[in-house]
Design a protein around this ligand. Sequence first.
Ligand code: PMT
Length: 403
Amino acid sequence: MSVFAGKNIVVGVTGSIAAFKVATWVSDLAKEEALVHVVMSRAAEKFIAPLTFGALSANPVHTEMFSADQHHSMAHIDLGSEADIVLIAPASANTIAKLAGGFADNLLTTTVLATNAPVLVYPAMNSKMFSNRATQRNIRKLKEMGFTVVDPASGMMACKETGQGRLPEWPVAKEHIAKALSKQDLKGQRFLVTAGPTRESIDPARYLSNRSSGKMGYALARCAWRRGAHVTLVSGPTSLSVPTGVEYVQVHSALEMYDAVLSHAEVSQVVIKAAAVADYRPETQSRQKVKKDKIELILALTQNPDILFELGKIKKKGQLLVGFAAESENLQEEGRKKLTKKNLDLIAINDISKSNSGFETDTNRVLLLDAGGENQLPLTSKDATANLIVDKIVSLFANNCCT
Ligand code: PMT
């Protein structure tokens, strides 16, 4: 089930040209089965009609502080107290100033004062207005007050100036909402996650690689960030977008991954190696493209370092090491061997004999093995699988598995 399903989300729309973009946000949240209630400021109504938000949210849009309708006469209290989260998008400089000052002069600002729910603010305005000292002071104030302020994106704006002040793209904005709705049980922890394949170069045009898409590792990175961890994602080449909020390290070969992982492992409490690392690389890499008639039928290979094995040797007290394995038979037996040999706390074994599990698919069916036993996870999305793996990591920590 989506993290948004059944959640009461109040979307406050204020006066900015970016107001029209929020129609897509409301539409997508409603598709995710969130209960969306839109509150518009007077200025917002100049940019987009309430009817649009009403149709997309399938709920009445709130514009009046004092409604003659007795059902809505205490709208600010009802909206605020029933909200799981309040978003203000786009947040104009004027509304940000009012919120920083604790003003309650319209339905939106009053609703914010009347809520205990997390408040997410998405500033969107001309870049000079955004960088103005007064706006920056107000944003600092909002952060001190516990609001989450999502940095606007940079680029060309409606006024044809270029700078910081654009409303973030929806996938980025959506991740911040998902995080605010997720439990924060990984706060203060550092996760190092690897994902994707490695490419072992033969010449400037050719390489050896494997079928890993990176989906499983990216889902783990996304999940850990949503649940409050600082996440470093070391990724081989994939076609996926970098997950919001993570520190991203791009690598290509197993040797590059080895260097990146070893330089980040020391400070990480949890290391998850979901990457499919090539075990071998060509013995020599040609600087020039090898001509077709010169390619020998035998390609000499040399072994890559086993990164996880090396991490197992230097594992610190209190550090939790999670491996992955892609197996098509004897899952338990093969998994146990790797768990022991690589000094792991947990291993997730993908059953790659099934077409809906393992490489490239959006779903996975994973068997978890640790010193205490085994746990067969259901066939489900890679996002849901990631959540279950992270749940297991949290329970291992709770049971002092690695102290
Ligand atoms: O990326 P997707 O398309 O979503 O697919 C997911 C996945 C199948 C790639 C992933 O979930 C997975 O199973 N990754 C590990 C696959 C693998 O390479 O297994 P292995 O048995 O070769 O390696 C075991 C473990 O040792 C892995 O954690 C691997 O990262 C690590 N390893 C392996 C070789 C090596 N030289 N260095 C390593 O660190």
